[in-house]
Design a protein. Structure first.
Length: 262
């Protein structure tokens, strides 16, 4: 099994190498990551100019590693050419330092870096760790372990792979994790919500009842990680809004518009 590992936090991120080490026990791993931090880059790609790719010493034995000057999506495209699309069996992005949930997903360099491989029908996984502060201890064991387990499952054909598998893991000791849940994406901006909740928690408004609005919908990715569960959300990006065809058809009948002046 050939596995391409990418991220948006850069080639020197310890979380990238924790993931590469876990996946190295499943298959042949090639790492292609940005040469510096590229968080929040979404599906941005390099359309003009040139980029550089340098092979770097791997921090995990038996892994090929490359630092790419472009965006996370550029790393994916280059990595797929390096391995060969037909010879790439799985693409895994992460481990991101921070959650990728709710409306934040389309802006995520971690999740959207897998869009190219997903559109090419290559099984794709994004892994994120729900850290609250860069000062806290980073616990990569659960995140890397679940990625390795899913890779084995996919290799055996035990899971459908026609969606990006978006994994979010609470940054708590392994023994405190309550379990793994299949979740839906929350309908909220989690980053802004967390900032607002922090402000309210540290002000007199914390006792006014306003904090009640920060209760999360059960069954969502945000709810799961806040309750101590690993969240797994299948993500698709459908371009056409098929449900709007009837509305558009009715509107077209009433348009005061003539083609060719007729």
């Amino acid at each position: 099994m050939n596995i391409l590992v990418i991220n948006d936090d850069g080639i020197n991120s310890p979380s990238l190498w924790a993931l590469a080490e876990a996946l190295g026990r499943v298959g042949n791993v090639v790492v292609v990551a940005p040469d510096n931090q590229k968080s929040g880059s979404g599906s941005c790609v390099t359309m003009s100019g040139s980029f550089t790719v340098n092979e770097v010493p791997p921090r995990t034995p038996g892994v090929q590693a490359y630092a790419h000057s472009g965006m996370p999506c550029d790393c994916t495209s280059w990595g797929l050419r390096k391995l060969g699309t037909r010879n790439t069996h799985l693409v895994v992005s992460g481990i991101n330092l921070g959650p990728n949930v709710g409306f934040d997903i389309p802006y995520s360099g971690t999740v959207m870096a897998t869009l190219t491989s997903h559109l090419l029908r290559i099984p794709s996984v994004a892994v994120s760790l729900d850290i609250r502060s860069y000062k806290e201890e980073m616990r990569f064991d659960a995140a890397s372990s679940i990625a390795g387990s899913l890779a084995r499952c996919m290799d055996k054909g035990g899971m459908r792979t026609d969606a990006i598998i978006n994994i979010n893991v609470p940054n708590i000791p392994l023994e405190q994790i309550k379990g793994i849940l299949a979740t839906k994406s929350a309908h909220l901006w989690y980053i802004n919500l967390r900032r607002s909740a922090t402000i309210i928690a540290n002000s007199s408004d914390a006792t006014s009842g306003r904090a009640e609005r920060f209760k999360f919908e059960q069954g969502t990715d945000v709810w799961a990680i806040n309750e101590g569960y690993i969240s797994i959300t299948p993500v698709r990006f459908e371009i056409t809004a098929n449900d709007l065809f009837p509305d558009i058809s009715r509107c077209l009948q009433d348009l005061d518009f003539r083609i060719g002046g007729k």
